[in-house]
Design a protein. Structure first.
Length: 366
């Protein structure tokens, strides 16, 4: 009897060790990569509850290396040589601005909407144009430190960064016309861009899938309005619960006339998917530097040095792999979208693709 009990407990112990090992490996295997400065991917559906379930994309390198803008070669130049890359970007921008066939997509007036996007650092004579979903939070932290509110970026409370009443970052629109003109003519000016379609995916995930608690209007106002207009089959009583599909989002963005009417209703909540041309007026305002999210590791030290602030402030650490273009993710999101809707979407954002050297997404269009 004692011998049998001993074997029984040994067997239970062995089973326990096996379970522990399995639990360890399951946690290891389910490790998820970080995307968009803290967003996690790889273990969740990219639609909201009630929508079509989409399998997550495996976190891996793109099938092909990202065809970088025309100013980049396979060998990344050193920081000291990066000035030539920046100059070629500005040359490309200028040449596209002169293309009359794209004028409707690239030229906007310098109105209040644009001036609201530009943050001012008078102490260091810097203007930064905000382009949402391209890591702008980090640059805001840099400017907050330069304005003297905090000694380092690490000490800035996250909830303060976007509180424009308290973070000490004035907008260019808050100044007089003479003050605005003076700063536009004399200050160091820059902004950051990203592949336009990947930026739209990031905006969709953040505003309609994650839907932060402090921004309820995306789920309760904007999403239902888009669903009513662009989804053929829906019930009004289920609009908030069903959630916005990426397909609905693409149809809305590609509908020129209908979108304009809806955007007036949504007001400034739409800045996360407004084109770079509409946000920053790069054909009217002569920026010193246009950084690219895909080369942020090289652009950050260049911008800090060019602005004369490299010894005054540090840019927050960039998570490994976060700036890499993920073609697999883009293909995945657009896999269920009709060619007609993709072409309409591209027609709207073609100006952004051309202005900043992003190759046409032929793998989606053809």
């Amino acid at each position: 009897m004692g011998e049998a009990m001993r074997h029984h407990w040994l067997l239970l112990g062995a089973c326990g060790w096996v379970l522990l090992i399995l639990m360890f490996f399951s946690k290891f295997i389910s490790f998820r990569a970080v995307d968009d400065y803290g967003e996690r991917v790889g273990g969740q559906s990219w639609t909201v509850p009630g929508s079509k379930v989409v399998k997550p994309v495996p976190v891996s390198s793109p099938e092909k290396p990202f065809p970088q803008p025309s100013d980049q070669s396979s060998a990344v130049p050193s920081v000291t040589d990066w000035q030539s890359v920046i100059e070629r970007r500005i040359e490309l921008l200028s040449s596209v601005c002169e293309n009359s066939s794209l004028r409707n997509l690239t030229h906007v007036s310098i109105r209040k909407f644009v001036l609201d996007r530009i943050f001012v650092c008078d102490k260091r004579k810097i203007l930064f144009c905000q382009t949402p979903k391209v890591g702008n939070t980090q640059w805001k932290k840099v400017l907050i430190v330069l304005n003297g509110a905090f000694p380092t970026v690490e000490e800035i409370p996250e909830n303060l960064v976007h509180d424009h009443e308290k973070n000490g970052l004035p907008r260019l629109s808050s100044l007089s016309p003479q003050e605005i003109t003076h700063r536009l003519n004399t200050y160091f000016k820059f902004f950051i861009v990203r592949d336009p379609f990947e930026r739209l995916i990031s905006a969709f995930k953040d505003k309609f899938v994650k839907n932060p608690r402090f921004e309820p209007w995306y789920k309760h106002d904007i999403a239902p309005a888009i669903i009513r207009k662009y989804r053929k089959s829906h019930r009004d009583s289920e609009l908030s619960a069903s959630g916005l599909h990426f397909e609905d989002f693409v149809r809305y963005l590609g509908d020129v006339e209908g979108r304009l009417r809806m955007d007036r209703q949504f007001s400034e909540h739409i800045i996360h998917w407004v084109t770079y041309a509409e946000l920053c007026a790069p054909c009217e305002i002569h920026y010193n530097v246009v950084g690219h999210h895909e080369t942020l590791e090289q652009d950050v030290p260049h911008i800090l040095k060019a602005a004369g602030i490299d010894r005054l402030v540090s840019y927050p650490a960039i998570p490994p792999g976060i700036t890499r273009y993920n073609r697999s993710k883009v293909e995945h999101y657009f896999s269920g979208i009709s060619k007609r809707d993709i072409r309409r979407l591209y027609a709207r954002y073609q100006g952004d693709f051309n202005l900043f050297g992003y190759p046409s997404p032929d793998f989606l269009l053809n």
